[in-house]
Design a protein around this ligand. Structure first.
Ligand SMILES: *[C@@H]1O[C@H](CO)[C@@H](O)[C@H](O)[C@H]1NC(C)=O
Ligand SMILES: *[C@@H]1O[C@H](CO)[C@@H](O)[C@H](O)[C@H]1NC(C)=O
Ligand SMILES: *[C@@H]1O[C@H](CO)[C@@H](O)[C@H](O)[C@H]1NC(C)=O
Ligand SMILES: *[C@@H]1O[C@H](CO)[C@@H](O)[C@H](O)[C@H]1NC(C)=O
Length: 271
């Protein structure tokens, strides 16, 4: 009996602390909702794209339907050298280099997806891009910024014999300067080497590696960024014919000469 009583007392106390906690959380949520109920998310935070391709940089703007969010205006910008906003979108604010190269996925002012597509990307586009949303909540103007998406680029791979070094194989690729890129070589499927030769240029780095060529070995060169394999290319030289075939061929020569000689002799003896 006593045990049961204890339990009911304890149950009551848990219930009441939970209740008051719930109350304070609700009050906090209500207080914050006015300004923090709208969320801007930018994931993934890095986009790795092909040089001269189209890069999609993501931005989502979400809020609960009961919030009166109105007059949403979307901006995309990067930070300038003095930490000022340099716009890529909208066109009326954009730097000349972004004119006619930006498309937005935004289907309507109320749509969540505020992503932008940057067309024909080049080395000078490798920046962190933030989306910025300007809107009215109730009748108060508000602005929210995203945490940004970093754009990284890579070019096509060149993989083949080095003309000036007959028995060497070289793999190289240009990438935007970022330690996440790795160029690796594999021999018959086994990892052998990673490129450390990094040649920086103002706008990109060249990763390259050189290996001696062995006949009959299958080489593969791979470019990866973090755990994503971006490019892979194979190189293979079939082995030279076995010496046995060479001997047979050499032995065949006198045999063929003999046959020709005999044929000529036969033809002559008929006459
Ligand atoms: C990039 O987008 C443009 C316009 O939508 C399209 O014409 C072009 O083919 C796209 N390029 C690539 C590499 O997908
Ligand atoms: C893409 O940009 C490069 C320069 O970065 C230019 O040479 C090329 O013509 C452009 N391609 C398109 C389809 O606009
Ligand atoms: C490299 O960057 C500089 C300025 O940042 C620019 O003037 C030049 O055209 C770029 N070169 C290439 C090949 O993109
Ligand atoms: C990408 O490269 C890094 C560094 O070489 C390596 O640790 C990682 O396993 C590679 N990922 C793949 C999928 O090859």
């Amino acid at each position: 009996m006593r045990r049961q009583e204890d339990m009911s007392v304890c149950h009551g106390c848990v219930f009441s602390t939970r209740n008051s906690m719930w109350l304070s959380v609700s009050v906090l949520v209500l207080l914050l909702q006015e300004t923090s109920g709208q969320i801007v998310t930018q994931t993934p935070s890095t986009v790795v794209s092909k040089l001269n391709g189209n890069a999609t940089l993501s931005c989502r703007f979400s809020h609960t339907p009961d919030q009166e969010v109105k007059g949403v205006i979307l901006y995309w910008y990067r930070r300038g050298p003095k930490n000022q906003d340099e716009y890529a979108y909208p066109t009326s604010h954009a730097l000349p280099e972004y004119q006619n190269r930006v498309q937005t996925i935004e289907r309507s002012k109320t749509a969540e997806d505020k992503s932008m597509v940057l067309l024909n990307v080049s080395w000078t586009d490798c920046h962190r891009y933030h989306c910025l949303l300007s809107y009215d909540i109730g009748k108060k103007p508000e602005r929210k910024r995203g945490s940004g998406v970093l754009l990284q680029l890579y070019d096509s791979m060149t993989f083949g014999r080095v003309p000036e070094m007959g028995s060497s194989l070289r793999c190289s690729v240009r990438v935007s300067p970022d330690p996440g890129f790795r160029l690796s070589m594999f021999q018959n499927g086994e990892y052998v080497h990673t490129a450390y030769t990094v040649t920086p240029s103002p706008n990109y780095s060249t990763l390259s590696l050189i290996l001696p060529i062995l006949d009959g070995v299958r080489y593969e060169c791979r470019l990866n960024h973090s755990s994503d394999v971006l490019l892979r290319e194979a190189y293979y030289i079939p082995e030279l014919p076995e010496p046995v075939f060479l001997y047979v061929a050499i032995l065949l020569v006198p045999f063929i000469v003999c046959v020709i000689f005999l044929t000529v002799l036969l033809i002559q003896s008929r006459h």
